[in-house]
Ligand binder design. Structure first.
Ligand SMILES: [Zn+2]
Length: 130
């Protein structure tokens, strides 16, 4: 694994299982788990994805939700207006971070972005029809 020291930004290389790293330049000790920009990006992405796709959960398990209820649609559209940009921002952060580490495996992230766009498209067209 490679990273930049959070204090002096010098490049540090360490084995993957390392929990604590001591910077050779400034002697700063830091936890490797706190370095994960990608993890933070995923948290943002997942927050957005939950906001976008959460309605699948109640609609799968409860027939009580009335899809023709206008309040349901208003809520759905509002949550998607918030969730869509958050999810896209998070997924793009993950991709940028992966490219920074020269990791080109972004199939899942790309699929996520397509799903978010498709979902937004479905929700907003559904909202205008009904
Ligand atoms: Zn340092």
């Amino acid at each position: 694994m490679r990273t930049n020291c959070p204090t002096c930004s010098s490049k540090i290389q360490f084995p993957k299982a390392t929990k604590l790293v001591k910077c050779p330049s400034c002697e700063q000790v830091f936890e490797t788990k706190n370095l994960g920009i990608e993890k933070r990006a995923w948290k943002i992405a997942i927050t957005g994805l939950v906001l976008c796709f959460h309605y699948f959960i109640p609609s799968l398990f409860s027939p009580v939700l009335d899809a023709t209820d206008i309040n349901f649609f208003v809520l759905l559209i509002l949550l998607n207006m918030i969730g869509t940009p958050i999810a896209l921002y998070g997924l793009l952060l993950v991709i940028v971070e992966k490219f920074n580490r020269e990791n080109k495996f972004i199939i899942f992230e790309s699929f996520g972005i397509i799903m978010v766009f498709y979902n937004a498209y479905l929700i907003f067209t559904m909202g205008t029809i009904s």
